[in-house]
Write a protein that binds this ligand. Sequence first.
Ligand SMILES: Nc1ncnc2c1ncn2[C@@H]1O[C@H](COP(=O)(O)OP(=O)(O)O)[C@@H](O)[C@H]1O
Ligand SMILES: [Mg+2]
Length: 175
Amino acid sequence: MERPAAPYDPAEHDPAETRLTITSPEQMRELGRRLAKLLRAGDLVMLSGELGAGKTTLTRGLGEGLGVRGAVTSPTFVIARVHPSLGDGPPLVHVDAYRLGGGLDEMEDLDLDVSLPDSVIVVEWGEGKVEELTEDRLQVVIHRAVGDTTDEVRHLTLTGLGERWADAGLETLTA
Ligand SMILES: Nc1ncnc2c1ncn2[C@@H]1O[C@H](COP(=O)(O)OP(=O)(O)O)[C@@H](O)[C@H]1O
Ligand SMILES: [Mg+2]
């Protein structure tokens, strides 16, 4: 008799983790284009890193890779911006959680005119605010070498949490 597949228990799995070094804004954008190929509707990507780390630059590449309408820019004066797909892929919802005080409730109040489970959601600075959207999420932490303002080197850690990311091919990004 075949055993039924055991439910996925996050406690029994190490999160999928990939580390990368990026040396220019263009390379960051290219990483976004490649990462986009791994993404699908319902995915949540959380970007962290100080101001100027490259979160929006990475998101710009994600938008290009997903083939969505409109240039991705810093959503400084809006909390979230929806970029519809130019094809039949998922829309990109780009959120700047810095201005999202109350977290998820506020996000649902935004009236984004888009279904979040049907979208790829990219959140800058969302720690502690949007985790409850889904147990599965990709966390991207961007570190910038301290002390040298002209330095274009960035160290990234991509951590895929949950079953969605257990075997999603994050390691192919290092190639
Ligand atoms: N390796 C790099 N990756 C991304 N941006 C870089 C890199 N090196 C320098 N930069 C510059 O740093 C800035 C990053 O800005 P942005 O992507 O808006 O950051 P954030 O959204 O994290 O505040 C841009 O001016 C970009 O040209
Ligand atoms: Mg930004």
